[in-house]
Design a binder for this molecule. Structure first.
Ligand code: HOZ
Length: 423
């Protein structure tokens, strides 16, 4: 088989940058991408014949690890029956039931094909429902590559320091109002000025695209109060957080009910999927019951539904607390090592997600904090980890994830490789 570098050279000739999503090119950490042959459990295997412990997990979806036998079986069985019908199937109802049972704020849900589609559709619904145009989004939050949500976004936009939104006309972003994550007073000011015109506020309840950044106590509660006061909709982008920290959304943990929730990643079991859902009264404004148009040829795809249903059914019986403890212990060890080595870090962790920020700061609470950490040092860290056969995201603005497939041997290996680091 051709090696990663040969494949990359080939790919660059016919795929822009050689990749189908920018961060994968590993440019910001000064490396070339690895080409992957297969994955199993907590490991991925490159075409070069190397085994890596995977802390990327396809950027979040694979909370059960790679190629979980029951998920593979469900997808295979569905595929045998046909790959797409463009007509309703029983799987879509089962998926909708699983989602609405797990997340009480979702009374009705519609399936789409990606997180980007979910947020795009949620915004359209919010605008159509409220008959208002403005949207509030938070600097450093990322909601997919939707035109009007790319303004000062996290993830790949932050990784490559793309200043504005080339390719997006001014008129399209003129209704996007930017606010600082964790600054409720800033949001209040925006509402005092524009409140009557704001259709909704979209937020990652735990930000996962400026690295992992937790909401301050009362920030989400504040958003709920302000949006209710002004008749705007609160939209939680739970594409990363949905089913990652508990069987449901992180909204279940925080006890805040948004009007609309966007999902993706985990609910597709590794297949392309997204969903948006919320109160019946709002969702029924979608066509064909209502007049807000939204559609998709492959929406509710049977193979993706089957893999997602299998994943959710397994997750229902998993002990999330164990996974959280596992990750917490790992982070504790990493903190100790960095301390011994006098390398200043701030590791933000929640459940099975974490980000290592190299910084003297004792808190990373918004994008400004995240951006001013030592991303150069992170690049060296990335290279060391990759050489030690640990696969981590090639950007300081993405999260590391653990899965139910990771075990203590994996943890020892990760710790051992960090112990050998010389930054
Ligand atoms: N924006 C994605 C993660 N937050 C990256 C997707 C990818 O490169 O696969």
């Amino acid at each position: 088989m051709e090696r990663s570098n040969q494949l990359y050279n080939k790919a660059k000739k016919i795929i822009p940058g050689g990749v189908n999503s920018p961060v994968r090119a590993c440019k910001s950490v000064g490396c070339d991408p690895l080409f992957i042959k297969k994955g199993k459990g907590s490991k991925i295997y490159s075409v070069d014949g190397d085994e890596y412990i995977d802390l990327v997990l396809s950027w979040g979806p694979l909370i059960l690890g790679h190629a979980h036998p029951e998920v593979v079986k469900a997808a295979k069985q569905a595929l045998e029956l046909g790959s797409s019908f463009g007509a309703p199937t029983p799987w879509e109802i089962e998926m909708a039931e699983l989602i609405t049972d797990a997340i009480p704020s979702i009374e009705m849900v519609r399936m789409v094909n990606s997180g980007t589609e979910a947020t795009m559709s949620a915004i359209r619904l919010a605008r159509g429902y409220t008959k208002r145009e403005k949207i509030v989004k938070f600097i450093g939050c990322y909601h997919g590559h939707v035109d009007h949500l790319l303004a000062q976004a996290g993830s790949g936009v932050a990784t490559y320091s793309i200043p504005g939104t080339p390719g997006v006309p001014e008129q399209i972003v003129q209704h996007t109002l930017l606010a600082e994550f964790n600054n409720i007073d800033g949001v209040k000011e925006i509402f005092e000025k524009h409140g009557e015109d704001i259709a909704g506020v979209i937020v990652e309840p735990i930000a996962g695209n400026m690295g992992l950044v937790l909401p301050k106590k009362d920030f989400l509660k504040g958003l709920r109060e302000i949006t209710s006061k002004y008749g705007s909709l609160l939209i939680f982008d739970e594409v990363i957080t949905g089913f990652r920290f508990c069987y449901g959304g992180v909204q279940n943990i925080f006890g805040i009910e948004p009007d609309i929730t966007c999902l993706g990643k985990i609910i597709g079991g590794g297949f392309p999927v997204g969903a948006f859902g919320g109160k019946r009264e709002i969702m029924e404004h979608l066509a064909p019951t209502g007049d807000i148009y939204q559609a998709g040829t492959l929406s509710g795809n049977p193979v993706a539904m089957a893999a997602g249903i299998a994943t959710l059914k397994i997750l229902k019986n998993q002990d999330y607390k164990n996974l959280e403890d596992y990750t917490h212990n790992l982070v504790k060890e990493l903190n100790n090592i960095f301390k011994e080595k006098s390398i200043p870090v701030r590791i933000n962790q929640f459940g099975s997600a974490f980000t290592i920020f190299f910084t003297e700061k004792d808190k990373i609470k918004n994008f400004e904090d995240a951006k001013t950490t030592d991303t150069n040092r992170f690049s060296h860290f990335f290279v060391h980890m990759r050489n030690s056969k640990i696969f981590i995201p090639p950007s300081n603005f993405e999260c590391m994830f653990t899965s139910f497939a990771h075990d203590l041997k994996d943890m020892d290996k990760i710790i051992d490789s960090v112990q050998r680091i010389n930054l």
